[in-house]
Design a protein around this ligand. Sequence first.
Ligand SMILES: [Zn+2]
Length: 548
Amino acid sequence: MTPTIEIHDARDIFTDAPVSLRLEGGRIAWIGAPGTMPDAPPPARRIAAGGRRIAPGFCESHLHLFWGGATLSQLNLLGIEGVQAAAQAIAGFAAANPAVPLLVAYSANYEVLGPGTRPDRHALDRLCPERPLLMIAVDGHGAWANTAALAAAGLMTRVPEVENAEVVLGPDGKPNGELREGAAIALVQRLSTSGGREGLVIAGDEPGTVSPADRAADKATLAAALAACAAHGITTAVNMDGNLYLADLLTEMEAEGALPIRVSTAMRLSPAHDDARIAELIAAATRPAQGKLGFGRIKMFLDGVFDTWTAFRTDDYPGRPGFRSEPLFTPERFNALCIAADARGLQIQVHCVGDAAVRLALDGYAAAQAANGARDARHRIEHIDMLHPDDLARLRDLGVIASMQPVHPPGSSGLPLEPTVSIMGRNRWRDTFPWAALAGAGVPIAFGTDWPTAPLSPFNAIHAALSRAPWAEDVPDQRLPFEAVIEAYTAGGARALFAEEGRGRLAPGMAADLVLLDGDPRALREDAGACRAALTICAGEIVHEAAL
Ligand SMILES: [Zn+2]
């Protein structure tokens, strides 16, 4: 039985009006002005909120649960700049972790070792000559390994073929240390404590036999990720990648009562998968929801990122006449997959960073609608770093949800402007991260962070959303008002999960998914540290509690 909880003297995050709430059976049984709560049996817990703001629990609409959990024991290089700072951070991490087989650092900027430079194995050898080191780029699409790591992975003697990825070779014919895209990174990542199984989840591939000890370790990694979510006021985590192994782990955890918050996971379809594997993943995605765990979605990538010139765009890259990159699926195959998944009632979500990728995704959704008939499908597009103005109305007309990450615009949240803004091109800045344009056109928006490519904290992301500055005077301000930002993190996320009838608002009958905040959320505009989660409640149970 879920305990009854009363919260007295809070303030509604949207209106600032004083409110009290009674939570029963995992739902909001009553909400109203303090002092007017109807008489009822005494609750199991009575919380004096002391005027703190209360919000619906945050819905983090785009994260990588397993990978994020794995990074909790890795070195975070976000904001580290220059050889000296990187060397110091790596030396400290290596000393603190004397036994790990592979030192893994993540969130490295592409020019972490100096403006205008890219890391290679020789530069990494100078930072860390003896122990194997893997440094993953901030977007997860690239990585660099030192010679010890490449040798331990066997890559100094033989470089295998990898699909849609590249082990970049130097002039000597040996790997130069750069690993482009997941399948190449995985060749080194499998040496890590986690066996690189987080990389397999991202790729939608299965691990071989997993020992009971490794299985338990992986569940602990997921539990740590979910606890981190709860500590930030997140009550729903929308996981972007999945394989059958992850689906089984989460199903077991749900049955064991080990999911503190709600998790919805996609299954990851890759161009490398054959028809049988695609069918298997689509079947897994149709698993029914159970308790706090939901399925019902597939995830695909149509392109990469601007920093590696792999974002697929409608115009040429600056300084590279005739080059626009290319999509990861042919339009024919992509459309066929959309039609097949849509016919099973699944929600489709596609990573599209370049504007040509967005256009291709819309074509796929239109093909599904033409083949299967129109329905409330709520297919999603993830990121939309660049949008061609001609496609704005199509997003709305196809009922597409824009899944956006306020922490992604260069210049926000510790990200440097360069090299990204130059690679995007000055004449296209006006078409990037178009939150206000999308909202203005009536496209529903769901916010998230893409953790661990960015910090998990919704407060950091809300700060980024509210404080984003245009890169030049003639670039439109794409910020949304405070209320719209909070909504994209709550009701907007619920809507993206077809859950708006039961979650995402402070109203009677809604799920008791709530967060009580320390600090003033409106002050997040100026200060990312202005606010934190004091108490998180999911389905009527307290899942995080700081000192109240
Ligand atoms: Zn992502």
